[in-house]
Design a protein around this ligand. Sequence first.
Ligand code: IVH
Length: 668
Amino acid sequence: MNPAYNDLVAKINQWDHEYYVLDNPSVSDAEYDQTFRKLLEMEAANPELVTAESPSQRVGAKPIDEFRKIEHTVKMLSLANAFSLEETYDFFEKAAKELDISPSALDIFSEPKLDGLAISIHYDKGLFSYAATRGDGQVGEDVTHTIKTIKSVPIKLSTANPPETLEVRGEAFMPKAAFEKLNRLALQNNSKIFVNPRNAAAGAIRQMNPKIAAGRDLQFIPYGLGEYEGGHRFTRHSEILDYLHKIGFRKNPHCYAFSGSFDKFEKNYYVMEGAREKLPMQIDGIVYKIDSLNLQSSLGFIARSPKWAIARKFPAQNDVTQLLAVDFQVGRTGVLTPVARLEPVFVGGVTVSNATLHNMDEIERLGLCIGDSVEIQRAGDVIPKVVKVVTKGAHRKPIVMPGRCPVCHAAVERTEGQAAFRCTGGLLCAAQSAERIRHYASRKFMNINNLGAKLIEVLHNNGTLKTIADIYTLKISDIASLEGQGEKSAQNVLDSIEASKKTKLGTFLGSLGINEVGEESAKYIARYFKNLEAIASATFEELMQIPDIGPVTANNVVNFFKDSKNRAIIEKIMKAGVNWEDEDTEPVGKQMLAGQTWVLTGTLQHMSRDEAKACLESLGAKVAGSVSKKTTCVVAGRDAGSKLDKAQSLGVKVMDEAAFLAEFDLDF
Ligand code: IVH
């Protein structure tokens, strides 16, 4: 105990509270800095004095090596969304009906929906103990070291009677000013530009080094409790927020209580939508909550969201700017995508100067010409898009698809029945080849261990790797002569190329990067045709015989093998020794699920998703990522969400994990 030291700690914590929580500093920056220095000097001279409450401990932690997992004792829920006033009303009318009371008897509390990251912070007897991200709601990641650097998060609660355990839940976010400062610096230093404050906040929170996070000016505002023991009882949600403010946290600005009727909802919503631009933080909607904790607990939860709260989201943000030019980008599969170059415009917190135009059909649909004034839209993280022409430009110029690929100058063609235009350079087009080589060598496909993306890029840029066939003529000297490489690492690359030569037909077919022919469809095609010659000479009609292959995929396969340049490359690869055994003529296993499509969703307790997928596939089923009318069955694990809802609404058969295990006599 050293009273002078304790006084310093208490003083700085109080000043931090005034500055970061109350926005009301009582001392000058100079006095603050001087006092902080005094504290650091005292701690350096007397390390035994340092307490957990000391403001120096906010950045005192060492950088971490990995994020520890933290289980949430009380599950962290998400919110259902509403996109209109009607949906919001309906939600609360349904709640009132379930409670058997009149809707006008509901007291509703509204808070801005902060656009950041959900964080849980634990306090033991009033002292900051640890913090975690939401994760999947059940298990999050330990981010104590970065959350502790947030000055609006108290290290010690300002109450003489702290609860035994207090878990504060709220949103950690980056205020707009901090975000702009960060990106200004990033521009100067040529480092990564963040798309929006939420991504920037996530980047800061997931830093291994707390010192970096500390410089990012994050904030935290609570919106509720998780675990809570040994404190006084509350009857209303709004009381909890008042209490949290009293013990040291920031309060969400612009919260309102609506009692007795929903009528004021709409006005408030529009006031907030208008105020949004001027708020110091990004908000993406309003959260409405039933204020009575009794009613909240009577209603409970459904799936992963409460039945007593809903988020009404703001619509996407739009603005008008001018279309200056259109460029065409060539992707891995050769598709030319038109990209709008725009007069830069600040929309929803970011400067937008490019937007995707998808394809020529979209340009035609919009009636778009260069020089037009266009409305652009940003919704969350989605790439900005042009939604309509507002005014036609005085000297407007039509947008024309180039006849030749801007990269390799091969002819550009449109496949019949498709919106996309493609470069016909195939495996020879440079825009496609680096990406195609990466795809070919990747773990899922040819699995060439030591030939990673970076090395491919260097070898592609210096002209050594032009196509996937060049992988097999690589020499030790091609690699050993590169910076950071030597004879040994070069030999490792050649060894892994050699080791990868024995493969499977389906894997090889998938590795070629034919558009729409991914891991799954390649497997089906290989199983159906059994050998490469049969696939290469298959007609559109033959390919369409395979249950899971549609016209687009069939067309792409036919066109790929029709191209003599592609055939020549395959020939070279096979000559170099890449080999496989033809697929079995007998289907694998009992194939009792042949022709069926299954979907896995939620968390499975007894096996991983990959194990369940492998099991279904071994029985002949296709395992898809989304539910449609054609889905045979959905296996719903713990916390299944929208896929389960969709299956139920479409009347698709659903089984839980236990039923799934029983159905196939699986012994996990
Ligand atoms: S309440 C059980 N209140 O929105 C209800 N959430 O889309 C828990 N969010 O995961 C959430 N502002 O991270 C609540 N005032 C607010 C909020 C808020 C932002 C976030 C939160 C949640 C997400 C759901």
